[in-house]
Design a binder for this molecule. Structure first.
Ligand code: SF4
Ligand code: SF4
Length: 175
């Protein structure tokens, strides 16, 4: 994968190409026409005291952050977590940050766009239709692209499972 921070070049596999296409789709589109971070103080980029801000990377995306001083990578059971400093250049945002607060869920062969259950604790945007239409459509299109690749599809299915589990839990608690 080539991109910000990568030295040299190597062959990209289909999954890595999918992530780059999705990142490009969401390069300039944001949830609202204005800067939504102005309303919430960019809550999704801020760490709570004693915590680090981290976003799960899609398979292969970690290559974009190798050797970058401003980022650290941590392996977790769910995948590679990107730890950032709470600010970044727009073109460096990982795909998870570009999709946020939405998530393309894989339901059979269909992509359904939902507010990511993990976003509910921090983001005031609680409804898909509260986001601009072209952003929602780009998230849907990203889901379709990812679902065409085996590794990305498996990752999307796992994100969907985690989302469903968390939503079920949130509902039992009145969320
Ligand atoms: S928390 Fe939600 S509203 Fe605030 S900057 Fe992040 S995506 Fe925008
Ligand atoms: S990578 Fe950038 S957009 Fe994502 S949480 Fe960190 S500062 Fe925010």
């Amino acid at each position: 994968m080539t991109g910000p921070g990568q030295e040299g070049s190597r062959e990209m596999d289909k999954g890595e190409e999918s992530v780059l296409r999705c990142r490009e789709l969401l390069e300039t589109l944001t949830p609202l026409r204005g800067d939504c971070g102005a309303y919430c103080g960019a809550a999704c980029c801020r760490s709570l005291p004693g915590e680090e801000t981290g976003m799960l990377l899609f398979p292969g995306e970690e290559a974009l952050y190798w050797g970058r001083e401003a980022y650290r990578l941590r392996e977790t059971a769910q995948g590679t977590l990107l730890i950032c400093e709470g600010t970044c250049r727009r073109e460096e945002r990982p795909l998870a940050c570009r999709l946020f607060p939405l998530l393309p869920l894989l339901r059979g062969e269909e992509i359904r766009v939902a507010v990511d259950a993990r976003a509910r604790a921090v983001c005031p945007l609680r409804r898909v239709d509260g986001c601009r239409g072209d952003f929602v459509e780009a998230v849907r299109q990203a889901g379709r692209i990812l679902a065409e690749d085996e590794a990305q599809r498996a990752f999307l299915l796992e994100l969907t499972r985690v989302h469903d589990d968390l939503r079920a839990l949130q509902k039992t608690m009145g969320g």
